[in-house]
Design a binder for this molecule. Structure first.
Ligand code: C5P
Length: 236
């Protein structure tokens, strides 16, 4: 049974390159995230291929549409056998509630997670679309709406995880990108946390891309991250 807290982000445009990396890893030590680019290129056939290799898949398509359409898209994702999927909380309570109801009809229920405010957006961007609140306030309000809609949790930046854990308690799933090992390259990430810091702050799952996908030995990189997480869990 896979109980890994690490979700490796498959940020590849070529499914062949993604499969090559997957061949170097082990489903006992990570889960995989498939996003818009790879899914648009390789589709459900690729998702099935990955699931058949034994991996849990987070389908990161961030659905946002009218409630019926999102509910049907969530059903389609559940039929594919994914482990986790997400939607935009800004789609509103009705959209999220209908998505929840659609997922609940399935025997195999993937975790249903909301995106609150994209971390690429700052206060000015929010103002331009009519949101005058502070970013952190908007994140909290949308997370509350996701919680009220019965969603399983939210994707949140490392800087928000402690606040959201405090607000929503242990049952709410927090998924955190922007993770870097101590002393390693940050790439284009502005605010990063180490795996240990993110887990201590209350994150359940860490989304990690380049520190694993660009490592000379991806499995070795995964094991180092796993070891760090296990140490924090032992201390808790
Ligand atoms: O390579 P790196 O570890 O930076 O990859 C992080 C992954 O998480 C990428 O797929 C990126 O798009 C995603 N992500 C993120 N920040 C967010 C939401 C998603 O880095 N706020």
């Amino acid at each position: 049974m896979n109980d890994s807290h690490v979700i490796v982000s498959l940020d590849f445009s070529d499914p062949g390159h993604a499969l090559k990396l997957i061949g170097k890893m082990d489903p006992a030590h990570c889960r995989l995230k498939i996003g818009k680019e790879l899914f648009t290129r390789a589709g459900p056939v690729f998702v099935n291929q990955v699931i058949e290799k034994g991996y849990s898949v987070f389908l990161d398509l961030k659905f946002h549409d009218i409630p019926t359409t999102v509910a049907k898209a969530c059903s389609a994702a559940a039929d594919m056998g994914v482990w986790m999927l997400n939607l935009h909380a800004s789609g509103g309570l009705r959209m999220m509630t209908m998505a929840r109801e659609a997922i609940d009809k399935h025997l195999h229920k993937p975790l249903l997670i909301a995106v609150t405010v994209l971390t690429s957006m700052n206060e000015r961007d929010l103002k331009q679309i009519g949101v005058v609140k502070h970013v952190s306030e908007q994140v909290k309000d949308l997370a509350m709406l996701a919680n009220k809609s019965g969603l399983d949790g939210v994707v949140c930046s490392a800087r928000e995880v402690a606040m959201l854990r405090k607000e929503f308690g242990d049952g709410f799933c927090l998924v955190t990108p922007g993770i870097r090992l101590q002393g390693s390259e940050h790439h284009d990430q502005q605010r990063v946390m180490t795996p240990a810091e993110a887990i201590r702050a209350g994150s359940d799952y860490l989304v990690i891309g380049r520190p694993v996908t660009q490592a000379a030995d991806p499995l070795k990189a995964l094991m180092a991250i796993e070891k760090e997480i296990a140490r924090v869990k032992r201390e808790a």
